[in-house]
Design a protein around this ligand. Structure first.
Ligand code: C5P
Length: 223
């Protein structure tokens, strides 16, 4: 069997990560969370006192951190200069700053390069999730999926995810999501977008197992 490359894009709160991980486990593929890489870059900028609202400062520093992603879907890891950052990159500070950092072209070209080499090295194939995988990072991916959901469904899911940790009320969560999606869709360099040849799956009325089944079927049809 030839290795399959699956690109899964879409805004936050559509179930991208849960779906991508589960599909990778089911099909024995690697898994890459590209959002985690942008979050890791952002964590490094914040930790090192770089002004994230100054694109020139971010660009100048963007080559410094060494970001390493593990591609095992059962245990996805991410380190920056050898430090495990899986917990802090999910915090509110990083989430609030990540769209500004990931809009900087130098950040994108550096991280895109990492993503392409990880995808090329994955022996049995890989599921790569993000915002611009089908359009820019891996335009030749074998299967391209674009996940969507209503703003209400996305806010409810994100809220449930944050429960107990940094729980905010639904309206605040919805607003923060909308702000981040607008920034991600509106930036100049490889914005969040559906590739022309991606299959759009609206997950609003679907359960997670149903979304997983749908994507597994699309990959199996390709094989
Ligand atoms: O998927 P996640 O919410 O962790 O992504 C965090 C942020 O990283 C996004 O809001 C976006 O700004 C950036 N990102 C990106 N391109 C990708 C993946 C994520 O710009 N391929």
């Amino acid at each position: 069997e030839s290795p399959v490359v699956v690109a899964i894009d879409g805004p936050s709160g559509t179930g991208k990560s849960s779906t991508s991980k589960a599909v990778a486990v089911r099909l024995g593929l690697g898994y890459l969370d590209t959002g985690a890489q942008y979050r890791a870059m952002t964590w490094w900028m914040l930790t090192n006192g770089i002004d994230v609202d100054d694109p020139a400062a971010v660009a100048a520093a963007s080559a410094k951190p060494s970001i390493v992603s593990g591609t095992d879907p059962q245990n996805p890891t991410i380190t920056v200069d050898g430090t495990d950052v899986s917990a802090p990159i999910r915090g509110r500070e990083v989430t609030a700053a990540v769209s500004a950092v990931s809009a900087v072209p130098e950040v994108r070209s550096r991280i895109t390069e990492l993503q392409r080499s990880l995808a090329a090295e994955a022996p049995g194939g890989i599921v790569v999730e993000g915002r611009d995988i089908g359009t820019t990072v891996l335009p030749d991916a074998d299967v391209k999926i674009f996940l969507t959901a209503s703003p209400e469904a996305r806010a409810a899911r994100r809220s449930a995810e944050l429960k107990g940790k940094e729980a905010a009320d639904l309206a605040t969560t919805k607003e923060a999501l909308a702000r981040r999606d607008a920034a991600d869709s509106g930036r100049k360099t490889s914005p969040l977008a559906k590739a022309d040849d991606a299959v759009e799956v609206d997950t609003t009325e679907l359960t997670l197992p149903q979304v997983i089944e749908c994507v597994v079927t699309l990959v199996e049809e390709w094989k």
